[in-house]
Design a protein around this ligand. Structure first.
Ligand SMILES: Cc1cc2nc3c(=O)[nH]c(=O)nc-3n(C[C@H](O)[C@H](O)[C@H](O)COP(=O)(O)OP(=O)(O)OC[C@H]3O[C@@H](n4cnc5c(N)ncnc54)[C@H](O)[C@@H]3O)c2cc1C
Length: 408
């Protein structure tokens, strides 16, 4: 087991500085433009692909870093550059993790390369779980997958919503109900290969923040995929369903479904994104407070401003520590006995909202305009308390875990 340390290794520092360089030189200067365009920044994804930053190899290296710090470090630096563009770069990773976590070796080898494409022809992927009537309440999912035994094919019907890269992805990973009796235990994930008939993009959302990231509905109308597109394979699914039916019949202990376990492990990564946005806004506010003069002195000379900056910095560091702890635990196989993954996401996302609001305040009128980046960062920060489980759901998970009471 790797010892805990807050000192990054020389290799990690080198990678961090390399990502930071890309974030500072390529992402940040393009942020305002793509926010206004509200489109996927394909040229920037392509630049990231050309230097190896948008690739399965790089993502997997950071994801499997034994210290656990590779992924949060990557997220923090990219999102420091800009949240919308960074989400366009890492959005594919969520779908890739779904396959890495639940897929067979053959599925991993076949589909993940197609999610990324290659530097001359970059592709993205989408992970589609949420539905119009199943957001926080994943158990209400309606998208159905029915097995056609004669053809060894699955037939999917339903509507997914809020899918990052939905409809523009080369490969979609779709969660669907295979046994409605079992609630969320009766779900399974499917690969929808490129250009599969019946899959189409519904509404594309016009958003408050992270506008450079594409978010849309995905409609599945009689979508047929080969049996080999069921993640993990039919045998494993049948075994899992049989266990869940047995548990339901005998009232045995609750088992987490695979998608939920993936979310709990991915939450620190979202916390790290929030830390990146918060740090970016804090740095702009600190610079501004040092140079902006009122009453014949820089505004930072006033405790009213300086103490806000002190609080902002303290919260950001505390958030990063919670994220690193959870990431280290996940990498070292330590179970989240006190919902540490949720704690890190809750605290970091609330920090990003608070710190970016303070940054707008410190910049005064300028903070309220699109001339300065804190206005955009403040809009972007609102997403962290919503996606991958809202703050209320994180509190529910933490409260249930630490109390053992099935709080509603
Ligand atoms: C920009 C963006 C990108 C996204 N990307 C993806 C993606 O790639 N793939 C994907 O599958 N999903 C994605 N999502 C969906 C996201 O995960 C959901 O929006 C989120 O889970 C909340 O679901 P909801 O919007 O239906 O809100 P609801 O579940 O309707 O919640 C509404 C409010 O009620 C509160 N609430 C609900 N239940 C409880 C409760 N039991 N106790 C207390 N409060 C409660 C919530 O906290 C929230 O404040 C994305 C969303 C957005 C906005």
């Amino acid at each position: 087991m790797a010892e805990i340390s807050f000192e990054l290794s020389d290799d990690q520092k080198e990678v961090r500085d390399w990502i930071h360089g890309f974030a500072a030189d390529v992402i940040r200067p393009a942020a305002a433009e793509w926010d206004e365009r509200e489109e996927t920044p394909w040229p920037i994804i392509q630049e990231a692909a050309k230097i190896g930053l948008y690739s399965l190899d790089f993502y997997a290296q950071q994801y499997f870093d034994p210290s656990g710090l590779g992924l949060p470090m990557t997220m923090e630096e990219l999102f420091w550059g800009d949240a919308g563009i960074a989400l366009s770069i890492v959005g594919t990773g969520l779908a890739a993790v779904g396959v890495l976590a639940n897929g067979t070796e053959e599925q991993i080898g076949t589909w993940i390369p197609q999610m990324y494409g290659d530097p001359d022809d970059v592709k993205v992927a989408a992970f589609c779980s949420s539905e119009p009537d199943a957001g926080s309440d994943v158990g209400s999912m309606r998208t159905r997958a029915v097995y056609d035994e004669a053809k060894d094919e699955w037939v999917l019907n339903g509507t997914k919503t809020w899918a990052t890269n939905g409809g523009i992805a080369n490969v979609h990973v779709v969660v669907a109900v295979v046994d409605p009796e079992l609630g969320s235990k009766g779900h399974a994930s499917f690969i929808i290969p490129p250009n599969t008939p019946g899959l189409s993009q519904g509404q594309k959302f016009k958003k408050h923040g992270i506008r450079a990231s594409h978010t849309a509905e995905v409609v599945l109308d009689q979508v047929r995929v080969p049996g080999s597109c069921l993640l993990g394979g039919k045998e494993k699914l049948d075994e899992r369903l049989a266990r869940a039916r047995e548990k339901a019949r005998t009232g045995g202990e609750r088992v987490k479904n695979a998608a939920m376990a993936t979310f709990e492990a991915s939450r620190p990564a979202v916390g790290a994104m929030a830390v990146g946005t918060a740090r970016a806004a804090y740095e702009v506010a600190l610079d501004y407070a040092r140079t902006r003069q009122q009453f014949g002195r820089p505004i930072i000379d006033n405790q009213g401003v300086a103490f806000q900056l002190a609080d902002m910095r303290t919260r950001i560091d505390a958030a990063r520590l919670l994220v690193w702890r959870a990431s280290w635990m996940a990498a070292n196989g330590k179970p989240f006995e006190s919902a540490e993954g949720s704690m890190s996401k809750l605290f970091a996302s609330e920090t990003a909202k608070q710190v970016t609001a303070q940054a707008v305040q410190i910049l005064g009128g300028n903070g309220f305009t699109r001339e300065y980046p804190v206005e955009r960062m403040h809009r972007d920060a609102a997403i962290y308390t919503i996606f991958e489980g809202t703050s209320e759901i994180q509190r529910l998970v933490i409260a249930r875990t630490v109390s053992g009471v099935q709080i509603r």
